[in-house]
Design a binder for this molecule. Structure first.
Ligand code: ITT
Length: 195
């Protein structure tokens, strides 16, 4: 592939995907290069539907292969919330900080051993009408009771991956990119493309 356009308006995702998908196409561009394109509202009932609808929208608009990313944080004690609604947990257009505040509020008083959670990411590549490939990645961990670190985006400051002592916002970007849900989904997408 000569060019892939990332179907995301989230700069944090675009930054990570540009690194994680390096070499998959001669060039990987973000939607920043195409300000006229807007993504459809997220009305799907699962991550795959949403990831596909973002990539299809960009494919339809530009006629070049596109990858959509739908992802979220699933907290066991909250029955999987915020899940599909992670981006707007504290309301439409909520900031990362507001979403984290709501999450920590919901978890107030919950002890460390009951704060298990995971990030999930589904990537969908649309290369043509009916030519669609998807892949999923998961990163297990737990939610802290206060934010730590300035890297990453979204809920990274309150998420500690299993087997680590630092949050995803404290770990260097290269380390997050070695173990994240998005890294695992990208690796799986590469495998699917080789098959
Ligand atoms: P696009 O639809 O434009 O791609 P979005 O931010 O609306 O951007 P989602 O609907 O997939 O994307 O929401 C995913 C939310 O889950 C995101 O806004 C973050 O709050 C959270 N999230 C996903 N991946 C994350 C990560 O690696 N680190 C921290 N939070 C993450």
């Amino acid at each position: 592939m000569d060019l892939i356009v990332l179907a995301t308006g989230n700069e944090g995702k675009a930054r990570e995907l540009t690194v994680l998908l390096h070499g998959i196409a001669a060039r990987v561009e973000s939607l920043r290069a195409y300000p006229g394109i807007s993504l459809p509202p997220e009305t799907g009932s699962n991550y795959l539907e949403n990831a596909l609808s973002k990539a299809r929208a960009v494919y339809r608009a530009l006629g070049v292969p596109s990858i959509g990313d739908d992802s979220g944080l699933e907290v066991d004690v909250l029955a999987g919330a915020p899940g599909l609604h992670s981006a707007r947990y504290a309301g439409e257009d909520a900031s990362d900080r507001a979403n984290i505040e709501r999450l920590l509020g919901e978890l107030a008083g919950v002890p460390r051993e009951r704060r298990a959670a995971r990030f999930r990411c589904v990537l969908a590549l649309v290369r043509g009408h009916g030519d669609e490939i998807s892949a999923e990645g998961v990163c297990e961990g737990r939610i802290l009771d206060a934010p730590r670190g300035a890297g990453g985006f979204g809920y990274d400051p309150v998420f500690i991956p299993e087997g680590h002592l630092m949050t995803l916002a404290e770990l260097p970007a290269a380390e997050k990119n070695a173990l994240s849900h998005r890294a695992r989904a990208a690796a799986s997408l590469r495998r699917a493309l080789r098959e």
